[in-house]
Ligand binder design. Structure first.
Ligand code: CAA
Length: 248
């Protein structure tokens, strides 16, 4: 907790569409929010806009796909702000293409950024959480990790891997006041989704019973809920938020 007894939440990939909405929602809900960024220019612009909108959120550099870089970032946050109570593993990228066309670099980039990042960040915050007997780890997966998606063997494999990580770690730390959960958003109106060719995206939306893309605030609301004190009996769970696109 910080000096004002606020829980400290770290959101990775904070400057992206979902990350930004999460930061805002958590801030409004009274958390001390810190964000992680990767690209300096994007971070400067983001911070300026957030300040103008009244959000005081500090950003820290870290390449979450790299174990050492993630560790240095978390060390810096803990020294300058305080211990991380809640980690939102949100950073993610796409490198879509059929496996026949997929390069080794596109495979590795997605596995490292979307899945190995979860290990890299969690590994560095977990010992402190164990010591303090409190923690919330929230992994942002995807509907495509549950059902697969044409052109996303790398992304779906990484996102599916998160489920195994969540369930196993939840068991390991259940008695230590730490919960570990996954959120699986469907197609949300972010730059990442808007990069899908229009014709394909129209076909995808047609398969969504709600008939629309999700809003970033809708996912952010769920993140803030899982970060709250009251969710202490929810662990190892997956929350689908996909407009009914995948039900089971
Ligand atoms: N099912 C069957 N066939 C399909 C198909 C589908 N869903 N989609 C495309 N095809 C076919 C095409 O018709 C084409 O066939 P022909 O060669 O006979 O004409 C072929 O597959 C595609 O050929 P390409 O050379 O274009 O294939 P590619 O290797 O370059 O990959 C693609 C195309 C980039 C994967 C493109 O299909 C695509 O962008 N798909 C959308 C992927 C997607 O949904 N990404 C989600 C990004 S957002 C996100 O990930 C957030 C989240 O969590 C939801």
């Amino acid at each position: 907790m910080d000096k004002q007894n606020k829980r400290i939440v770290l959101v990775t990939g904070a400057t992206g569409g979902l990350g930004t909405a999460m930061c805002k929602e958590l801030y409004k809900d009274g958390f001390h929010v810190v964000g992680n960024y990767h690209t300096k220019e994007k971070a400067d612009k983001w911070q300026k806009e957030m300040k103008e909108e009244g959000f005081d959120i500090q950003l820290f550099f870290g390449d979450v796909s790299n174990f050492e870089s993630a560790g240095e970032m978390i060390k810096k946050i803990e020294a300058e702000v305080g211990p991380v109570d809640t980690l939102v593993n949100n950073a993610g990228i796409t490198r879509d293409g059929r496996l026949l066309n997929m390069s080794k670099d596109d495979w590795n980039a997605v596995i490292n950024t979307n899945l190995n990042s979860v290990f890299n960040c969690t590994k560095h915050v977990l010992p402190g959480m164990v010591e303090r007997k409190f923690g919330r780890i929230i992994n942002i997966s995807s509907v495509n990790g549950q059902r697969g998606q044409f052109g996303q063997t790398n992304y779906s494999a990484a996102k599916a891997g998160m489920h195994g990580f969540t369930k196993s770690l939840a068991m390991e730390v259940a008695k230590l006041g730490i919960t570990v959960n996954t959120i699986s958003p469907g197609y949300i109106g972010t730059d990442m989704v808007m990069a899908v060719p229009e014709k394909i995206l129209t076909q995808i939306i047609a398969q969504v019973p709600l008939g629309r893309l999700g809003g970033t605030h809708e996912v952010a609301h769920l993140v803030s809920f899982l970060a709250s004190e009251e969710t202490s009996f929810i662990t190892g769970a997956n929350y689908s938020i996909n407009g009914g696109q995948h039900v089971y």
